[in-house]
Design a protein around this ligand. Structure first.
Ligand code: C5P
Length: 401
């Protein structure tokens, strides 16, 4: 009953996935939510307002200029009433109109008029989803605080396969439940816990002007630090070179190389309850970095590299070690490689992300994770990194008990 007495306004867009919204209303209600529904005009082509009225138990509004509907709960009252506004399916067209701030029909007007958090569940053909215009709209909406749930990946009504499926009603209801719980009670879950997090890339010196590094932006690690601090933890963040502000309430230690990162981690390890290795540590460093700039007077050049220490495995090998969580960024065989790392590094949990999916993972605003423990697997669908960080920390807190 994770949504007991929560007031959820569901805005249904005009896509084929609209037919799933009757089930979504039921799933939200069976968790205790009070649900009201508004529909875009085109949504009524896919599912009737009468069906939604029957499952929600309330009249369904579709137009703004309808005196009968406004005599009940006006669009402004609906916008004020909601504690969460879920838009599902959020079609490409709706996203573009939300991004433009249009108030051309009831559903878009409510998005402007509500002060409630807004969660959108994109659903559309995979090409439309991956189009730069849609991605740009999604990024802009996220930067304004909209939370994105999904889309899922798989076969689509149009016969294609790819990202663009609306998440299943059960998943959306679960996310709503976690979202409102996290929103309402972020503090207690990690209260009194001490967390050490590594983030960003490392930089391995070749000579005074050159280095070996990677594309990690540090955003996931910083989102984890920020969420953990908001959830009551004392957080130490050991970061490689990134261009990000220090999250509120977090102790930050800046390092460059893997060896420096290991020293900082080792120095702060005693008394930690949880360690999360989110950094993309360079696997190799120069055997002997040059003291002066290497001249380009040869057509080819060989650099001799030596392996860097594995910080995560080093932490996991300590006696009285903290609950230890690693990340795995993979382009293929996600589950196999992630499970292998879990075992080989002897860690408690691994969060794997598929970096072959466009706009996800490395240097992106959004991410999706498959989280493995020795016995279990949890899917955290694609969303912004802060929402994902909250969900991952909730999982960690539950397993650590
Ligand atoms: O083995 P791989 O680099 O894929 O493992 C990724 C995980 O291990 C991440 O959690 C990363 O932070 C950690 N790692 C580490 N030190 C290394 C290499 C990886 O802590 N030298």
């Amino acid at each position: 009953m994770g949504l007991m007495h929560k007031k959820i306004l569901l805005g249904i867009g005009g896509g084929i996935a609209a037919y799933k919204c009757a089930d979504l209303v039921r799933r939200l209600k069976e968790r205790g939510a009070e649900v009201r529904v508004v529909m875009s005009a085109s949504a009524t082509e896919f599912i009737t307002p009468l069906t939604l009225q029957a499952v929600s138990g309330h009249p369904v509004a579709t137009e703004m200029l309808n005196p009968a509907a406004e005599a009940g709960m006006s669009h402004i009252e609906l916008a004020r009433w909601a504690e969460l506004f879920i838009v599902a399916p959020a079609t490409a067209n709706l996203l573009a109109r939300f991004r433009a701030g249009m108030a051309d029909e009831l559903i878009t007007t409510i998005a402007l008029a509500t002060s409630a958090p807004v969660a959108m569940c994109p659903a559309m053909n995979q090409q439309m989803y991956q189009h730069a215009a849609t991605q740009d709209n999604l990024t802009m909406l996220q930067s304004r605080g909209v939370t994105l749930w999904g889309p899922g990946i798989g076969s689509q009504a149009c016969g294609e396969i790819g990202p663009g499926r609306m998440l299943e009603p059960l998943e959306i209801a679960e996310l709503a439940s976690r979202f409102l719980q996290a929103d309402a009670t972020p503090a207690p879950l990690l209260q009194g816990q001490q967390l050490l997090i590594t983030a960003g890339p490392t930089r391995e010196k070749i000579d005074p002007v050159r280095y070996i590094s990677n594309h990690s932006s540090g955003k996931m690690g910083f989102a984890l630090a920020s969420a953990a601090a908001a959830m009551g933890a004392r957080v130490t963040l050991v970061s490689g070179p990134v261009n990000l502000p220090t999250p509120k309430g977090v102790q930050r230690i800046d390092v460059e190389s893997a060896q420096q990162m290991l020293s900082a981690v080792t120095a702060h390890l005693p008394k930690q309850d949880i360690f999360i290795g989110c950094a993309a540590v360079a696997d190799y460093r120069m055997a002997e970095p040059a003291d002066s700039k290497i001249k380009k007077n040869h057509d080819t050049m060989q650099l001799q590299l030596v392996k860097n220490p594995d910080i995560l495995a080093t932490v996991a090998a300590q006696e009285n070690r903290p609950f230890t969580v690693g990340f795995a960024a993979e382009t293929d065989h996600l589950e196999q490689y992630a499970r292998d790392k879990l075992q080989r590094k002897r860690i408690d949990m691994i969060a794997a992300n598929d970096i072959s999916i466009p706009n996800q993972g490395f240097n992106a605003e959004r991410n999706a994770l498959k989280v493995f423990t020795k016995d279990d697997c949890h899917e955290l669908p694609s969303t912004d990194k802060l929402s994902l960080a909250i969900q991952l920390l909730q999982l960690i807190a539950n397993y650590k008990k």
